[in-house]
Ligand binder design. Structure first.
Ligand SMILES: Nc1ncnc2c1ncn2[C@@H]1O[C@H](COP(=O)(O)OP(=O)(O)OP(=O)(O)O)[C@@H](O)[C@H]1O
Length: 254
């Protein structure tokens, strides 16, 4: 492989994410320093590291939500600015964004995960609307919030809001999930439920990138880990599908 960005997988398809020499500066300070990272289809990758190491910045940069000051990154072979397949990517941010002062119900937030699947120009067909409703119902059930669908999302606890955001991503039925600390502030039972959901996604061949401080019950699902320190990849390991670590190395990710 000569170029971390351009290389393709065995089928010739570009990988979900490929970053080469990624640098991000915030307030004139380098918070991501020359990160090389390829995420292959089917990876369940955990991005680990201490507070402030750059984990959230890395996943936002992979998605093009923060610009690179140097280096390159691609989503399914396209730079984020040219990428058009957003229905293939589900992002679970750390917090529920506060939108415009209009309270949204849990169902409305989860249903917004379907938006990228719809045409901007054509009205939704009746069959599309039925598929949307069914996907939203499945997503709500998967995170145990079916009974809270009509509640205001902003009045839920932090852990429940996190589950709403996970459901929003599930509702979009994407190929790739990017989750920023999906277990932060979530009780043990909800973490176990999330682990079961992730197991289903992994078994279905979905790609998952998740940021975590502690893996907890998610640990057995993780196929790769990347550990950041001070904005650099300090360690990379490749635990097996069953979660036991098969190897690790120190240095920059390839
Ligand atoms: N919008 C911003 N403006 C300025 N600095 C920022 C901004 N966002 C993040 N930073 C800084 O970038 C560095 C990396 O932050 P980031 O949130 O990516 O780390 P993290 O590893 O995800 O931390 P945590 O585990 O606490 O969420 C930190 O020093 C942080 O203060």
């Amino acid at each position: 492989m000569t170029d971390g960005v351009r290389a393709t997988d065995r089928d010739g398809a570009p990988p979900p994410f490929a970053m080469a020499g990624g640098v991000v500066r915030r307030d004139g300070r380098e918070v991501l320093s020359g990160v090389d990272l390829r995420v292959e289809a089917g990876d369940v990758l955990a991005v680990l590291g201490p507070n402030g190491a750059g984990k959230s910045t890395l996943v936002k940069a992979l998605l093009g939500l923060v610009p690179l000051a140097a280096g390159r990154t691609e989503i399914f072979g396209e730079p984020p600015a040219r990428f058009r397949g957003w229905q293939r990517v589900g992002y679970v941010p750390q917090r529920l964004p506060m939108g415009g002062g209009v309270p949204s119900t849990v169902r409305e937030v989860v249903a917004s995960g379907r938006t990228a699947r719809r045409s901007r120009w054509l009205p939704a067909l009746v069959t599309d609307r039925a598929a949307d409703r069914a996907a939203v119902d499945r997503a709500l059930a998967a995170v145990g919030l079916a009974g809270r669908a009509r509640d205001s999302a902003h009045l839920l606890s932090g852990g429940q809001q996190q589950r709403v955001l996970i459901a929003r991503a599930l509702a979009g039925e994407p190929d790739v999930f990017v989750m920023d600390e999906p277990t932060a502030g979530v009780d043990a039972a909800s973490q176990a439920a999330l682990a079961a959901t992730l197991r289903g996604l992994a078994d279905a061949g979905r790609t998952v990138v998740l940021v975590a401080h502690e893996l907890g019950p998610l640990e057995p699902l993780i196929t790769r880990t990347v550990e950041l320190e001070h904005g650099r990849v300090a360690r990379e390991s490749a635990p097996s599908r069953t979660g036991s670590t098969t190897g690790s190395r120190t240095g920059s990710a390839a």
